[in-house]
Design a protein around this ligand. Structure first.
Ligand code: NIG
Ligand code: FE
Length: 396
């Protein structure tokens, strides 16, 4: 299975050390063999032996690495449109959650859905993401909050990886909120003693919602230390609703990522940069509030990713092109920073070195944008979608 892409107006390589960050090559060609990139460069330099491969003429369009959506909660049933409208009317996320709504209502709707139905809803969501150019997706549990229900979520998530071309990376988020009928002390003990041992074999990472109304920094530390012991990478929902010190904990533990960061400070940025923890920005979840200080984080040297946070409460977003546009318009990233963060940044957050960039030997996950440049993603927000998506060299 070999394929040649010609007529590439702009090839975004994300090559390390590029002065323009995204390592653009104009008038490019790219060759794929057996699912990996074997050659790329200026079309005029194309070696003769590659010229007789099957060809896809991109007709001047931009080619970028497939989007790596490194933070989603896409396995859920039900919807919370009514709550969304109430929040726009002035009610707070925290108050709705404390009154038994919010995450609790999605936990109830998810529990009520038979597995086949939960799987169908979630797979449809993932396929729409693929249509928007996402080729690798991280999926968290966290709408189960009981051992078997968390296991079921992780199994449904893994099933999406088998049933679709998408690569799926799973994260155990049993510590999403404390179930209404229990105390946080008892629930943290249940997570450590029972849920983690059952869920760790089904997940690559463990995440904790460390915030006001959810888990404290000390509770998060207890859970994450146990998760590390179980062999998992660590992530944190940090400084989303309030500033709690979760980012400093992420840095202290050498977490793979600290996500949200809406209320992060300059000291938090310095700690993330020093620890090499990726800062994951979620502009879909920041709508209607002050966005994360993206430029401060970038200037402090934090490696940034952007992701959808796809969930029914704070960010019912499936499209990475929309997220790139929001990261530019709402958070002040440059088009190059936002594009890098949506591709190589996401891959870095997930510890995947073989994707998110165009290099000989990298996985041929590619998006041909229906536009001449990656800049169009934010210049024409909402209008630029993939023309073709390639997963491991196969045109879908
Ligand atoms: O990333 N903050 C915690 N978790 C999700 C929201 C989940 C929900 O409201 O259902 C988030 O924003
Ligand atoms: Fe989230």
């Amino acid at each position: 299975m070999s394929l040649l892409l010609t007529g590439i107006g702009e090839l975004v390589t994300n090559a390390t050390g590029s002065p323009d960050l995204v390592g653009s090559i104009n008038d490019a060609a790219l060759a794929v063999d057996e699912g990996t990139i074997v050659w790329f460069g200026q079309a005029s330099d194309l070696p003769d032996d590659l010229r007789d491969s099957d060809t896809l003429d991109c007709e001047g369009r931009a080619v970028i690495p497939g989007f790596v959506d490194c933070h989603t909660h896409l396995v859920f049933a039900g919807d919370r449109a009514d709550e969304f409208a109430r929040r726009l009317g002035g009610e707070s996320y925290e108050d709705i959650l404390a009154a038994g709504g919010g995450i609790h209502s999605t936990v109830a709707a998810t529990a009520a859905a038979p597995t086949l139905e939960l799987s169908r809803l979630s797979t449809d969501r993932a396929l729409r993401m693929l249509g928007h150019g996402t080729t690798t997706v991280e999926i968290k549990s966290g709408y189960g909050l009981e051992t078997q229900a968390e296991v079921r979520m992780l199994e449904v998530a893994a099933g999406i990886g088998s049933a679709t071309p998408l690569d799926v990376v799973t994260t155990f988020l049993g510590a999403h909120v404390v179930p209404t009928a229990t105390t946080s002390e008892d629930y943290v003990r249940l997570i450590v003693d029972e849920m983690l041992p059952a869920c760790a074999p089904l997940a690559q990472s463990c995440d904790v919602f460390c915030d006001e109304g959810a888990f404290s920094v000390d509770e998060a530390r207890t859970i994450l230390m146990a998760a590390r012991h179980a062999g998992l990478e660590l992530r944190l929902h940090a400084e989303q609703l309030a500033h709690t010190g979760a980012t400093q904990l992420a840095a202290e533990l050498g977490a793979a990522s600290a996500d949200h960061l809406d209320n992060a400070t300059a000291a938090d940025a310095a700690a993330l940069a020093a620890a090499g923890t990726v800062g994951v920005l979620l502009p879909g979840a920041s709508l209607g509030q002050a966005p994360a200080p993206a430029r401060l984080l970038a200037e402090a040297g934090v490696t940034l990713a952007v992701a959808t946070d796809c969930n029914p409460g704070t960010s019912n977003v499936e499209s990475m092109p929309l997220i790139v546009a929001l990261a530019v318009h709402e958070m002040g990233l440059s088009p190059a920073q936002a594009t890098w963060a949506a591709t190589r940044g996401g891959a870095t957050a997930l510890g995947l070195d073989d994707r998110g960039h165009v290099s000989a030997g990298a996985v041929a996950d590619l998006v041909v944008l229906d536009a001449p440049s990656h800049v169009d993603l934010s210049y024409r927000p909402g209008s630029v979608e993939p023309w073709r998506v390639l997963k491991a060299g196969v045109v879908l």
